[in-house]
Design a protein around this ligand. Structure first.
Ligand code: GLY
Ligand code: MN
Ligand code: MN
Length: 459
């Protein structure tokens, strides 16, 4: 969903750097930048993620909304942020849970209304229970409401009711919100270019993720279950400061490696198989995203090694071309070219290569993209195409994954018998620098000889 008005709003008057220097507050600087783009006729509303029920009365560990984290660092559920650009007294209004000793004894501390200024930087705070009463009044005088519809139905209801009530209160005599706009195109372009603090956070997350993979390789033994191997990896993540992985870990031995989102992780790893591990540590709300594929018994078979070498060649050639100005789509084109050519050479696909690429026959074995933005979300935000074109030029500060793979699913009729059940993906995280790129996940080996040396070698 595009918001052309926000795109053409006036240039920022307060730069992130100047405000950060003035206040030392990165979140305030981000809010200022967003508010500059929204303009003084707008108001922006962001709700916290709801707590998610797991089963009966048990809930998943709470994960704050990434947009709210980015703009405030506030981590509690049941919160709403309202930004009022240019407001003299309270450009940042926060609705949040009130303090409640009985509930805090059960569920932990709350910031509460009284401490919202000191702890979150809010200019004004209200109990979340007053949202419906206060929001329409606060929207008075604003003609545009920036709110992302369709993420949380309960929040949608509150936002639309406030929008309607603000119109009724104005009775056509005063400005009131008359249109709803998407705030995320502007915000997500901001999130796409990582600030130095975010790059530091990603560096840490990537290092810890790599340490988990190294431990996993070292602890691998035929006969262990996929979830035991997962435990070794995630244990290392948590020792490194991760509260949890950034996404459910994929640990797939044998043909399970050919199921792209395999997270059951419940089979036993056997000698002769390769295991595909896609796991990343979330540290300080930023996540790494690494895939390595290694032989359970410590040595690749001939066929496994052929596929491994081809995926590695595709991945390294793609990484080699990354630099500012390169079109994003060139990365996928590179991996597709290398993989298609290699599969033709092996007699698995029919040539010539340009024809096979045009016919997309490679998609039977390489059916996903080569990467995605990475940050507070594993599939981080920001557009992949600009100005109606297919791609966009890379810029310093972008962080993304490079993750080609080849999979010979047993149910895929075109899978050659010698290769059936082999699945290989190699995934690294890269930062675009001024003159090229830096691989943030280089602490975990990917050269096959290095991998064979440490698999099963213990700690
Ligand atoms: N781990 C999810 C992905 O690689 O996209
Ligand atoms: Mn990925
Ligand atoms: Mn991954």
């Amino acid at each position: 969903m595009q918001n052309p008005e926000a795109e053409t709003a006036e240039e920022p008057t307060v730069t992130e750097t100047s405000l950060r220097e003035a206040t030392g507050d990165l979140h305030a600087a981000r809010r200022a930048r967003l508010m500059d783009r929204i303009g003084t006729t707008g108001a922006a509303l962001f709700g916290a993620n709801p707590a998610r029920n797991r089963s009966n009365d048990t809930y998943y560990a709470y994960r704050p909304s990434s947009d709210l984290l980015y703009l405030s660092g506030f981590e509690e559920p049941e919160a709403v942020m309202l930004l009022l650009p240019g407001h003299e007294e309270h450009p940042f209004v926060l609705f949040l849970r009130e303090r409640d000793l009985k509930l805090e004894i059960w569920d932990g501390p709350r910031v509460g209304v009284e401490r919202a200024r000191e702890m979150v930087g809010a200019d004004k705070a209200f109990p979340i229970s007053e949202l419906e009463e206060q929001l329409p009044k606060l929207l008075a005088g604003r003609t545009k409401l920036f709110y992302a519809l369709g993420i949380d139905e309960a929040m949608d209801g509150a936002a639309i009711r406030a929008y309607r009530k603000a119109q009724r209160l104005a009775r056509g005599r005063a400005p009131a919100p008359m249109s709803i706009h998407e705030p995320r195109d502007v915000l997500h372009e901001m999130r796409l270019i990582k600030a130095p603090e975010e790059i530091d956070a990603l560096r840490t997350a990537c290092r810890v993720s790599a340490e988990g993979h190294v431990r996993g390789m070292r602890m691998t033994r035929p006969g262990m279950t996929e979830f035991e191997l997962q435990a070794e990896i995630e244990y290392q993540f948590q020792r490194g400061g991760a509260r949890s992985p950034g996404y459910p870990s994929i640990v797939g031995g044998g043909a399970n490696a050919c199921v792209l989102h395999y997270i059951e992780n419940r089979d036993t790893l056997e000698d002769g198989q390769v295991v595909l591990v896609d796991a990343g540590a979330e540290v300080g709300w930023y996540t790494g995203d690494i895939t390595r594929t290694w032989p359970v018994g410590g040595t690749f078979s001939g066929h496994q090694r052929m596929i491994y070498d081809l995926v590695l060649q595709a991945q390294m050639e793609a990484i080699r071309i990354i630099k500012p100005g390169l079109d994003w789509t060139e990365i996928h084109k590179t991996t597709v070219h290398v993989i298609t050519e290699g599969l033709i050479d092996m007699g698995i696909l029919e040539g010539p290569v340009e024809q096979a690429i045009e016919d997309k026959t490679f998609k039977k074995f390489f059916m996903h993209g080569t990467g995605h933005w990475l940050g507070i979300d594993v599939h981080d935000v920001g557009a992949y195409a600009l100005d109606g074109k297919k791609g966009r030029p890379l810029e310093p500060g972008m962080v993304f994954t490079v993750e080609p793979g080849i999979y010979f699913h047993p149910e895929e009729e075109a899978s050659p018998s010698d290769f059936v059940g082999i699945g290989v993906r190699i995934e690294d995280d890269v930062l675009v620098t001024e003159d090229g790129c830096e691989v943030l996940t280089s602490h975990v080996p990917k050269e096959p000889e290095e991998i064979e040396e440490i698999v099963g070698a213990d700690l």
